[in-house]
Ligand binder design. Structure first.
Ligand SMILES: [Zn+2]
Length: 123
């Protein structure tokens, strides 16, 4: 029998918080640009209902925001202390990194949020 995933493996693997086996999203991976937030209603493995109450995912703004701040702040400081044209290079890198990290922020933010609210085997 396969060993159960740890909490961190389940969060990063975008798995169901209840069984840690089923996928949270229809498409796998953290960097996915089409159907980025497409999720099944229930876990395909344990039938745990993901959206526990209306507006549940609004709370994931609290967990996705720090992810993008961590990614963007270094570029902000580089731009603040740069001279001349380098300011625009760092500013461009900031926008580019935002576009690349956008799905990661949204999907990982939702995964962290549901794992904060649901303990393994609780339903
Ligand atoms: Zn499940």
């Amino acid at each position: 029998m396969a060993k159960d995933k740890t909490l961190v493996q389940s969060v990063l693997g975008l798995n169901c918080p209840n069984c840690r086996k089923g996928d949270l999203f229809t498409k796998k991976g953290v960097i996915v640009y089409s159907e980025m937030l497409e999720m099944p209603e229930e876990c395909p493995n344990c039938n745990f209902h993901y959206e526990m109450e209306p507006g549940f995912w609004l709370g994931s703004l609290w967990t996705s925001y720090p992810i993008i701040v961590l990614i963007e702040v270094p570029f902000l400081f580089l731009a603040l202390f740069a001279d001349g044209a380098m300011i625009w290079v760092y500013f461009g890198a900031m926008i580019l990194s935002f576009l690349v990290a956008w799905p990661l922020m949204l999907r990982l933010g939702r995964s962290i949020w549901i794992h904060v609210n649901v303990r393994k085997g609780s339903r």
